[in-house]
Design a protein. Sequence first.
Length: 119
Amino acid sequence: QGPLVETGGGLVRPGDSLVLSCVGSRGRGTGWFRQAPGKQREAVACISSSDRTSYYLDSRMGRFTVSRDGAKDTVYLQMNNLTPEDTAVYYCATRSYLCSSTRSAYSTWGQGTQVTVTS
């Protein structure tokens, strides 16, 4: 497993959208996590090696979408209608096949990309 690289973060206003990218997953199960200042890292969404998706934040149902472009070796996290509560560093991580919401289940992590939502 090579390195993972997240891109796409930035400074946006409430209600805006962002698409985060994670390059280097090599078709493995790929999870998106986030960590806000002073809080623990939490699972956001995941796509398995067979492209089954899972979402872990009830309050985000329908606003976040995870997808994969195998040809580009990239996993995306589409985030819509962002709120200040979405402000965090977003990480992608990989494991062999299935999704998991448990941080320790993932063996490889990217460096993270900062998302800041403020008016």
